[in-house]
Design a protein around this ligand. Structure first.
Ligand code: SF4
Length: 346
């Protein structure tokens, strides 16, 4: 088998040429890269919980959690550690191997750090991988999270550097790159991707993928989100992105970042099963699982399991579980409403 070469010198012209390939050729190429590096019939499953919701001081135009916009979102303060751990336990029972905790902050404050560290430690003790998304991190906080045992930190680049100013004005692209740098220097794995369908040009989608792929080390996890248009946010009426363009974005991300997990994230609710299947073929191999992705709806967790089964695929975790446990997770009603309200997106 040919050895995979991970490149960090992608150019605009090369990426444009990939996007403009005939659709079937692009998918074949992406699927070939995928199978050379992963089991194409396995999908990694993560669950995401909002540990602090709303009233964020940042002004990300797509986000219902921003305090700058009037949305129907209910604000919640930082969740108690015990409640977070209980949700993590439920997520594990449902087949998740990674538990992501997200807080709508510009950055975590000193006073929050002891609680955050406790959460990481206790969730990890359940045998789950841990991931957090808390906003910007300086060097000290990145090291504190690493010391608490955090495996992954999520910090998205969102879009191209050129389009970024249209989307966020309260922090810079360089701030984002600095946070990713601090996460790397502290020895944690990086989860970073972006959102498409925000009214950007094709060149901005190229630009986003170039930024991610050309980082000194490519992110281990690359979430590709399709904008979920939320009423009250400035992007609520933006034009839809053509679904084939979304699938192309997944395929090109797979080719450019051959060893990364490419994650289907927010926006899956607007995709039918056939489209999701095509995304898996194009190289997506990770999903968020649960009734809610951040504050927007996510396909019912049961429906996810049924789709995975229909496609003859397995959750990547299956090897860690008995077949009985897997079958039980397929058969059981996944979430009761009382707890499912807490699931959300990154
Ligand atoms: S995306 Fe994150 S940083 Fe931006 S407004 Fe929403 S919660 Fe705040």
């Amino acid at each position: 088998m040919e050895q995979t070469i991970v490149r960090h010198d992608w150019t605009h012209q090369e990426v444009k040429a990939l996007f403009e390939m005939p659709f079937n050729d692009l998918l074949f190429k992406a699927a070939s890269v995928h199978r050379a590096n992963f089991n194409p019939n396995e999908v990694q499953i993560s669950t995401l919980l909002s540990i602090k919701t709303g009233a964020c001081p940042e002004d990300c135009k797509y986000c219902p959690q921003s305090g700058h916009y009037k949305t129907d979102l209910e604000r919640e303060r930082l969740m108690e550690v015990d409640k977070v751990v209980e949700q993590a336990r439920v997520a594990k029972e449902k087949g998740a191997t990674r538990f992501c905790m997200g807080a709508a902050w510009s950055d975590p404050k000193e006073r929050d750090m002891p609680y955050i560290a406790k959460m990481v430690k206790q969730v990890k003790e359940l045998g789950l991988e841990t991931c957090m998304t808390l906003g910007m991190l300086d060097n000290d906080k990145a090291h504190a999270l690493k010391d608490a045992g955090l495996d992954y930190y999520n910090h998205n680049l969102d879009t191209s550097p050129e389009y970024y100013q249209q989307i966020i004005t309260t922090r810079t692209y360089q701030d984002r790159l600095n946070t990713i740098d601090h996460v790397r220097n502290a020895g944690m794995k990086v989860c970073s991707g972006g959102i498409v369908g925000m009214g950007e040009q094709a060149a901005d989608r190229f630009g986003l993928l170039i930024q991610l792929a050309n980082l000194p080390q490519q992110p281990e996890s690359v979430p590709i989100n399709m904008l979920v248009k939320v009423k009250g946010t400035p992007l609520e009426n933006v034009d839809d992105l053509d679904h084939f363009e979304f699938i192309r974005t997944i395929a090109v991300a797979r080719i450019m970042m051959p060893l990364s997990y490419v994650r289907l994230s927010a926006g899956r609710n607007a995709m039918n099963e056939q489209m999701q299947a095509m995304c898996f073929f194009a190289g997506a191999n990770s999903i968020f699982y649960g009734d809610k992705l951040l504050t927007t709806e996510n396909p019912e967790a049961d429906a996810d399991m049924m789709l995975i089964k229909k496609l003859g695929m397995n959750p990547e975790t299956r090897h860690d579980y008995s077949d009985e446990a897997y079958e039980a997770s397929l058969a059981s009603k996944v979430a009761d409403k009382a707890t499912s309200e807490l699931f959300y997106q990154a």
